[in-house]
Design a protein around this ligand. Structure first.
Ligand SMILES: [Zn+2]
Length: 453
């Protein structure tokens, strides 16, 4: 299946490449020139860092595409039947690009299910359309409803293991309007520039994912796997305005949309992607920055968050119960009895303050956990599936009789820590920084360009 975004991608890449070639680049290592971050400690953080000034940023006024690219977002999968409501007339066909097979003048409550290798769209007992895949586009830009949530754009229904999947096909700015409130919340007027920064970051992230799943029928998951997307039901007037005002603005690095990750609270220093996700592409704008700017007297921008500092404690039996569950699942090792936990040792701390790895020694085996995966292995509570808030922590291990008696952790931040700190971005907005300056602080070395009109 080909969509217009696919065809536009090479042109987009070349234009951005040309633009980046003549751009003066900030050194990618600028963020690393800062002294090492303070380890998680009692507030306030020591004032060891002079904030780097953030210049005004003017987006490059060059448009390359005439219209927003289209994205395909996996909203539901493996459903036996999907209840689908289209309020007015709609068109139906096999997919979004090969043409319309028919126009139905009357909308209403419809159902979609898989039957004998075919997707069947029905109005009550009447079959409206059946094919290998079914694409429905409401006429006149109406929103349709699935499971009580409304969505802009059209829907592609395909068969998946155990049922039907619904893929929302819509232009990227319509998609972003359903992302912003879920990802950064409903902000106050004084925090509006954080919405603009979030719009540019989320747009860049989504564009950087187009074409990555070449064999798949969708580009993005509607969950934390990519960006949480809840459709038109979740939209807010201010977030929509931020998407419209930043129309076409994209963070670009070396001619490509930046993989602009972001997280809830960085704990005082954003993460170095090389330590957190050593298995992912180490884009240099994701090496981590001290989260402070002029106007905060050296204090971290996100220190007002309830996640800024936190503690966790494991007794020997809690630790054993947690690791017995998580090690086989996350490391595909140690099935059966792990034995006694003899030691847990952090394997170094990066310049971003995060623990790069953990070595877990039992009387049967040793296990090594790398980067962000630590959060899934060292879960804080044996009775819950919640993961550890971050890998920015100091660990105090008490030992007794040659084994671990308890572990105490003093941690900072919430989330992987890579890229923009949303709590810090909101604080920057309150301090009067623009969305472009927020982007410039969190993704050093990226340029903001206009990609489409
Ligand atoms: Zn932060």
């Amino acid at each position: 299946m080909k969509l217009s975004a696919r065809r536009l991608a090479p042109a987009l890449f070349l234009c951005l490449l040309a633009l980046a070639a003549c751009a003066e680049k900030r050194p990618a290592t600028e963020a690393l020139a800062e002294p090492a971050p303070a380890p998680p400690a009692a507030e306030p953080l020591p004032e060891t860092v002079s904030p780097v000034s953030i210049p005004e940023v003017t987006p490059e006024a060059v448009a390359m595409l005439d219209a927003p690219p289209v994205v395909r977002v996996l909203v539901l999968e493996s459903r036996r039947t999907i209840r689908f409501r289209v309020p007015e007339a709609y068109t139906v066909g096999m997919d979004a690009v090969s043409g319309v097979s028919g126009r139905i003048e009357r909308g209403g409550d419809l159902s979609v299910r898989a039957s004998d290798g075919e997707i069947v769209l029905a109005d009550g007992r009447r079959k409206v359309f059946g094919a290998k895949s079914v694409f429905v586009a409401p006429a006149d830009g109406e929103v349709s409803t699935i499971d009580g949530a409304s969505y802009r754009g059209g829907f592609l229904f395909v068969a998946t293991r155990g049922g039907v999947a619904a893929i929302n096909v819509l232009d990227i700015d319509e998609y972003l309007k359903g992302v912003l409130p879920s990802e950064i919340g409903y902000l106050k007027d004084a925090q509006y520039e954080a919405f603009r920064a979030q719009a540019m970051a989320a747009r860049s992230y989504a564009l950087s994912k187009l074409g990555e799943r070449r064999g798949d029928l969708y580009d993005l998951n509607a969950t934390v796997m990519d960006q949480v997307y809840r459709g038109a039901s979740s939209e807010s007037e201010a977030a929509n305005r931020a998407v419209d005002e930043t129309r076409g603005l994209v963070c670009a690095f070396l001619g490509e949309p930046a993989r602009a990750y972001y997280c809830s609270c960085c704990g005082g220093h954003t993460a170095d992607i090389r330590a957190v996700w050593p298995w992912k592409t180490p884009y240099p704008y994701l090496y981590g920055v001290r989260d402070t700017v002029p106007g905060t007297a050296g204090e971290s921008l996100c220190r007002g968050s309830r996640h800024f500092r936190w503690t966790a404690h494991w007794s020997a039996s809690d630790l054993s119960a947690v690791l017995r569950r998580t090690i086989p699942r996350e490391l595909r090792a140690g099935a059966g009895d792990l034995g006694r936990i003899l030691d847990v040792r952090p394997l170094g701390t990066g310049r971003d303050g995060r623990v790069a790895g953990l070595e877990i020694e039992t009387d049967r085996e040793s296990f090594t956990v790398q980067g962000d995966r630590i959060r899934w292995v060292l879960k804080p509570d044996p009775g819950s599936d919640a993961i550890l808030r971050s890998t920015l922590f100091n660990m105090d291990v008490s030992r007794s009789g040659g084994r671990v008696a308890s572990i105490d952790v003093l941690g900072g931040g919430n989330g992987h820590g890579v890229g923009m700190c949303q709590t810090g971005a909101i604080r920057m907005a309150e301090l009067g920084y623009s969305g472009e300056q927020i982007i410039s602080h969190y993704y050093p070395g990226v340029r903001i360009v206009t990609l489409y009109r």
